[in-house]
Design a protein. Structure first.
Length: 103
């Protein structure tokens, strides 16, 4: 067993890479996409409040979600676990719009 050097959780050494547990690996690998997702999400809400066309932004958001899913799949081979990770990262991305001020 090892302690993840970021979250401090005990993990099987076979599941770590660079001392990070799989959760932290996933979080790192999609960090930029998660920010991008949060940015687009806020933009869409802003457009929607102005009754502007949001279809284009919806496509962009879907593309970012696809890229997140791809990166997670590279780290997590189990399909159901990969889906769980993606769901958590998306929830985090959507929650982020409430915590980031401005932009
Ligand atoms: Zn960790």
């Amino acid at each position: 067993m090892l302690l993840c050097r970021e979250c401090g959780r005990q993990v099987a050494s076979s599941q770590t890479r660079n001392g990070l547990c799989i959760d932290c690996q996933v979080r790192h690998s999609v960090a930029d996409l998660r920010d991008e997702h949060a940015r687009l999400w806020r933009k869409r809400e802003r457009y929607r409040s102005q009754n502007a066309n949001v279809a284009q932004i919806g496509h962009q958001i879907a593309r970012v979600e696809d890229r997140m899913a791809q990166r997670i799949k590279e780290l997590v081979s189990n399909e159901r676990e990969a889906a769980d990770h993606l769901r958590r990262e998306l929830e985090a991305a959507r929650g982020q719009r409430y915590t980031i001020k401005g932009v």
